[in-house]
Design a protein around this ligand. Structure first.
Ligand code: CA
Ligand code: CA
Length: 413
């Protein structure tokens, strides 16, 4: 086992640098404030922001609230912010007015389970569990005037279990995925637990990658054709050993990690037989072909803590945060399958600009208190036009903005 896999993340680790991963961890070389005796222990929380821990140098503001079911976000090239609300089956259009994003219209409605979105080619592409559509607003009122169904019902497996549907639109293709119908079902011979690729007209269905459990967003790493995503680790890892569920889980609490994966054509990512760095699930370890599955498994590019529910991410492409370009902000929704809750946070994954691979991670915002009071469950991150990063929460139904203040005004209030 690697250091990352056995270390886990104790809930007591708070406001500390997290440098645990599947690869050798190194010291970040970016322009974060240097710790000193005069260094404030907190960044800035704007008005209305609960008692988050905010890393010094950063600021968090409340920028939208009362949003119903705030899940995934996407900007278009005009500065419109789109918010998907699967429980309502709609997408809202928001615009920045002063320091707040305000709802200007309902972009589309009548699409139950609407989830992933991607703005490309002048259209907002969006995915339900069974179909993919694209829409555009022609008169600037924030409501779509034209909607086209790209992949109709029947071409993609429908929901149940992990139905969440990502969408990535590239120059040539559409990518989407569907997860496990339960926790560790053997669905290797079905359409589930896989990433699918289509031509942009919805034809040419092609298997892209397999062995995923639940990947809710896919994006290209900026400047490359590499497809990246985050996969939720499975639950109850130690139950087969006789753990008492949610009471005594010395194994499950730390295993398996959530995974940051670089998805490549034809590769297998382990689920449901193999987790993390080629380690068998106990339930499957006696399969006669388990070593073959291990051999073909592509291990994660980076590991998060177990049950963090690392859910979604954005790559940073702008200069707002000094030294962050090429890194990733990750929204971690937080654990339920852990005795002591953990994970609730926005994590920055640092990418080596030379190798293009992750080498470390830092907690930027923690949304649970030291006595385990959950203040927010982050769902998605998106980079705003000015380079700040928004994150959504589907329990408080708010959107927060993370921005950089550096050494200025870097105290809590
Ligand atoms: Ca319109
Ligand atoms: Ca995996």
């Amino acid at each position: 086992m690697t250091r990352s896999f056995v270390s886990g993340f104790a809930a007591g680790v708070f406001a500390t640098t997290v440098l645990i991963g599947c690869l050798t961890a190194q010291r970040p070389s970016t322009a974060l404030p240097v710790a000193s005796s005069s260094q404030p222990k907190q960044g800035v929380r704007g008005p209305g922001v609960p008692e988050f821990w905010v890393r010094p140098g950063y600021r968090v503001d409340l920028v939208a609230e009362n949003l119903g079911n705030a899940r995934f976000m996407e900007f278009d090239n005009q500065g419109n912010l789109y918010l998907s609300r699967p429980q309502y089956g709609d997408i809202l259009t928001l615009r920045l007015r002063g320091n707040r994003y305000e709802v200007v219209n309902t972009f589309v409605s009548g699409y139950p389970t609407v989830q992933g979105m991607h703005f490309a080619d002048g259209w907002l592409w969006f995915a339900q569990t069974g179909a993919i559509h694209k829409a555009r607003d022609l008169n600037g009122d924030g409501k779509a005037d034209e909607v086209r169904t790209v992949i109709p019902e029947g071409k993609l497996p429908r929901g149940g279990g992990h139905w969440w549907r990502p969408i990535l639109v590239t120059d040539k293709y559409i990518y989407t995925a569907i997860g496990d119908s339960g926790n560790i079902e053997d669905e290797t011979h079905t359409e589930r637990q896989k990433i699918w690729r289509f031509n942009k007209d919805g034809t040419g269905k092609t298997l892209f990658a397999s062995g995923i459990r639940n990947t809710e967003k896919l994006r290209l790493r900026p400047g490359t054709n590499e497809i990246w995503g985050i996969d939720h680790g499975s639950d109850w890892f130690g139950r087969a050993l006789g753990e008492q569920p949610l009471r005594f889980q010395p194994v499950t609490d730390y295993n398996p990690p959530d995974e940051l994966n670089h998805y490549q054509q034809g590769k297998f990512y382990g689920h449901p037989f193999i987790v993390a760095n080629k380690l068998p699930r106990i339930e499957y370890q006696n399969r006669t072909d388990i070593l073959e599955w291990a051999a073909k498994t592509e291990p994660p590019a980076w590991c998060f803590g177990a049950h963090w529910a690392a859910n979604s991410f954005t790559f940073l492409t702008k200069d707002h945060f000094p030294g962050h370009k090429g890194d990733m902000f990750v929204a971690c929704r937080g654990s339920w399958n852990r005795v002591v809750p953990d994970g609730y946070r926005i994590e920055r994954v640092l990418f080596d600009p030379i190798t293009g691979k992750p080498y470390g991670s830092l907690t930027i915002v923690k949304t649970i208190t030291s006595d385990h009071k959950v203040l927010a469950r982050p769902v998605d991150c998106v980079e705003a036009p000015d380079g700040s990063v928004l994150f959504s929460c589907d329990t408080t139904n708010r959107i927060y903005r993370i921005s950089w203040v550096g050494g200025r005004d870097a105290t809590s209030r």
